[in-house]
Design a protein around this ligand. Structure first.
Ligand SMILES: [Zn+2]
Ligand SMILES: [Zn+2]
Length: 319
């Protein structure tokens, strides 16, 4: 389970400790009951902020001691810790909180209304987590079961009525960041086939073992590529990074090396990408003057204290 702790999503402290919950009959599934920004579906960077917004609404609007849910699940299968295990939730309605944990799927009645397969997997992950660690029984119900509300909405409720099954196919992988649309000619387009780990203090060249387009054969294999002639090119890099602790720095650098060698001549341009403790998608794009007697690489420099894993990387060089 991809758990995001309260500290990781920036939760406020509860005003007072929730009542102890030794066991429950099961779980009740919820939705927000309001508008959810559809951009959430493609941008995991928005999900922690959504949690903070929900918590503020529950504490400042409803006057509750804390966020009302036990756990909440974003479209990307991350399970956010709300009140957590063995804590009385508030979201099920008066008198109904001792019977069930409350698990939110981050969809609403307007905007983003359809749960992704990853969200259903995540809710299922949360259900199995409270069964294994939180004394929850086997029931899976909707908020509307026993309480007057349309929550958790038609789609999640239909899924609950089917027994909240895992979707087939293991869920959709997160999309790599899309480079901008344009009418340029592609020189080189590549990605990685397996996750790349950058140790603390390490500098790693992205290997580009997945070649999507290389029409003029600028890539001989390995991390370097060399154009056939001197020219300007638009270089666009996208990465998806896991395990980058909040505030830690992973530099993305477009670097020039000796042709056919591993001696670095200089760094062209780059950006310091700062982690927020969750999966982060980064993009970097710029014009670069390329020489036909150099090798060019993308280097990742981990200036943080822990290893960082790059699960996706995509490079496009175009003129
Ligand atoms: Zn509800
Ligand atoms: Zn997310």
């Amino acid at each position: 389970m991809k758990l995001v702790t309260r500290r990781q999503w920036g939760a406020r402290s509860a005003r007072s400790q929730a009542g102890y919950l030794a066991s429950t009959r099961g779980v009740k599934v919820h939705y927000t009951g309001s508008y959810v920004d559809p951009r959430l579906a493609d941008d995991h960077g928005r999900c922690a902020a959504m949690m903070r917004q929900i918590q503020n609404g529950h504490m400042d609007g409803n006057g509750w001691n804390d966020i009302g849910y036990s756990f909440a699940v974003c479209p990307h299968r991350y399970v956010y810790e709300g009140r957590g295990l063995h804590a009385l939730p508030a979201a099920n309605g008066p008198g109904l909180n001792t019977g069930h944990y409350a698990v939110l799927g981050m969809v609403g009645n307007k905007g983003l209304v359809t749960p992704t397969d990853d969200m259903l997997h995540g809710i299922r992950d949360a259900i199995e987590h409270v069964r294994a660690k939180g004394g929850a029984g086997g029931e899976v119900k909707g908020h509307r079961d026993g309480y007057s509300t349309d929550c958790p909405g038609a789609k999640l409720y239909a899924w609950v009525k089917r027994g909240a099954p895992r979707p087939k196919g293991g869920g959709t992988p997160p999309k790599p960041p899309a480079p901008p649309e344009d009418v340029l000619e592609i020189l080189f387009n590549a990605g990685i086939r397996k996750p790349l780990t950058v140790p603390p203090g390490g500098r790693v060249s992205v290997p580009w073992e997945a070649e999507y387009a290389d029409p003029s054969n600028v890539h001989g294999g390995g991390p370097s590529w060399t154009p056939k002639a001197k020219e300007w090119a638009l270089v666009t890099l996208g990465t998806v990074v896991d395990g980058q602790a909040a505030g830690e720095k992973l530099k993305h650098v477009l670097a020039e090396y000796e042709k056919g060698g591993s001696a670095r001549v200089k760094d062209h341009f780059g950006e310091d990408k700062i982690g927020d403790g969750t999966r982060v998608e980064y993009t970097l794009s710029g014009l670069m003057w390329l020489r036909d007697d150099r090798g060019y690489r993308v280097d990742l420099v981990n200036e943080g204290a822990r290893p960082v894993t790059v699960t996706k990387a995509h490079l496009r060089v175009a003129r």
